[in-house]
Design a binder for this molecule. Structure first.
Ligand code: GSH
Length: 227
């Protein structure tokens, strides 16, 4: 199996964290995409033109970070990241879905100010005034575990939250928005996990991939200017 994407993508990184939590980082090859997002070449492999996607050994592929993470959880040995109890399992899935529907779309325009040097002012204003405050409030209400995001052990809910903490810390800095203020459960969860091996390794991968993208954009700009 080959997992295609880049760690700065929280959808890709969720799947990588799932592998790490199962002690299986060496069981799946991680590959950078060869085609630019959204191009015909990218869409020839994954019709959305997005990353991540998983190339399976039978020649087919699986898109969508959450689908890939659940697939890894099902087929790879190691501790299950889905709670046994159906209610807790539903709550873990709820947290993942909330991130995908109500948070991820609003960090994207902020991230693009750094990764692509693009400022979509209308999208940024909407993310700051409505999208992110609402989405992060939902996270606060869906964190129900004492030590972990939900249930009593590390789950796909934690795996989905961790990469977004990198995005919050890196891309919200420039903007006047507080992630933790008035959100005691999110604050306590982060305080408990921020020094864990899984978080430190994940955020180091994400920082390395951010630096790679910034450097690549700089080199492309220089090449274009020299032409
Ligand atoms: N729903 C997808 C979202 C994937 C996604 O948005 N990936 C971004 C990178 S973080 C991407 O490929 N963007 C390229 C584009 O929008 O053109 C998932 O959960 O995997």
């Amino acid at each position: 199996m080959q997992l295609v994407g880049i760690s700065l993508s929280p959808y890709f990184e969720r799947a990588v964290i799932t592998l790490d939590a199962k002690g299986a980082l060496d069981e799946v090859e991680l590959k950078l995409p060869t085609a630019n997002f959204g191009t015909p070449e990218a869409k020839a492999v994954n019709p959305t033109g997005k990353i991540p996607y998983l190339l399976l050994d039978d020649g087919s592929f699986l898109p969508e970070g959450q689908v890939i993470a659940e697939y890894f959880n099902d087929v790879i040995d190691g501790p299950s990241l889905m709670p046994q109890d159906p209610v807790q399992a539903a709550k873990a899935k709820l947290l993942c879905r909330t991130i995908d529907l109500y948070v991820g779309p609003y960090t994207t325009p902020l991230a693009r100010t750094i990764t692509r040097g693009v400022r979509d002012e209308a999208a940024i204003a909407h993310a700051l005034s409505d999208g992110l405050p609402f989405g992060i409030d939902l996270l606060e209400s869906h964190i129900t575990g004492d030590s972990f995001a939900v249930g009593e052990s590390f789950s796909l809910g934690d795996a989905a939250l961790i990469p977004h903490m990198f995005h919050f810390r890196t891309f919200l800095k420039e903007f006047n928005i507080s992630v933790f203020e008035g959100r005691p459960k999110l604050t306590a969860w982060w305080e408990r996990h921020k020094e864990s091996d899984i978080v430190k390794k994940s955020h180091a991968r994400m920082m390395a991939s951010l630096q790679f993208l910034i450097e690549r954009a700089r080199a492309q700009k220089e090449q274009a200017a020299a032409r």
